[in-house]
Design a binder for this molecule. Structure first.
Ligand code: S3P
Length: 169
């Protein structure tokens, strides 16, 4: 059974929606960031501070490879997962990607950014990060999910998109 992989910016709802989607579908939910934290034995801010972003990205690639080999999961990825093409390929080998496309300004204004080292530069920097990444999110996705009026409505959109795809549900 294929994995369902959620991508998008920090705070776009990947973990919240992913957990709910997994419960609805009776699947196991895995958060790639939580996998990394367990593997490294330290928090994400600690990994960035003590080992640097490249080391974090290498752990993220390991997560993509290992989770991409499993079956039937709902996987929430960190916002930078799509930056390396090899991660996208590993996750797509046995999975479909849904990009949670929530406006970056709305995310910044409504989300606590503690614990997210790459969101500490202020609103403008956050918008610029999204602008730099936007094409990666769009190009790597099998489907883009845009409804953020509520978690329920977003889940409905996700389920509708998944039903249109072959061999996923
Ligand atoms: C990152 C997003 C974070 C986490 C790390 C880097 C990014 O995950 O992986 O802080 O580069 O966008 P969330 O998207 O779950 O916040």
């Amino acid at each position: 059974m294929k994995n369902i992989v959620l991508t998008g910016m920090m705070g776009s709802g990947k973990t919240t929606c992913g957990r709910r989607l997994a419960a609805i579908l009776g699947r196991e939910f895995v958060d790639a960031d939580a996998w990394i934290v367990e593997k490294a034995g330290m928090s994400i801010p600690e990994i960035f501070a003590s080992r640097g972003e490249p080391a974090f990205r290498d752990l993220e690639t390991q997560a993509a490879r290992e989770l991409g080999r499993r079956q039937g999961l709902v996987i929430a990825t960190g916002g930078g997962m799509v930056l390396r093409q090899e991660n996208v390929e590993a996750l797509k080998a046995n999975g479909v990607i849904l990009f949670l496309d929530r406006p970056a300004g709305e995310i910044y204004d409504s989300t606590a950014m503690d614990g997210r080292p790459l969101a500490q530069g202020g609103r403008q920097a956050f918008l610029e990060t999204f602008a730099r990444r936007e094409s990666r999110y769009r190009e790597s996705a099998d489907r883009t999910i845009r409804n953020f009026s509520s978690v329920e409505a977003t889940l409905d959109e996700m389920l509708a998109a998944l039903r249109q795809m072959e061999d996923v549900l």
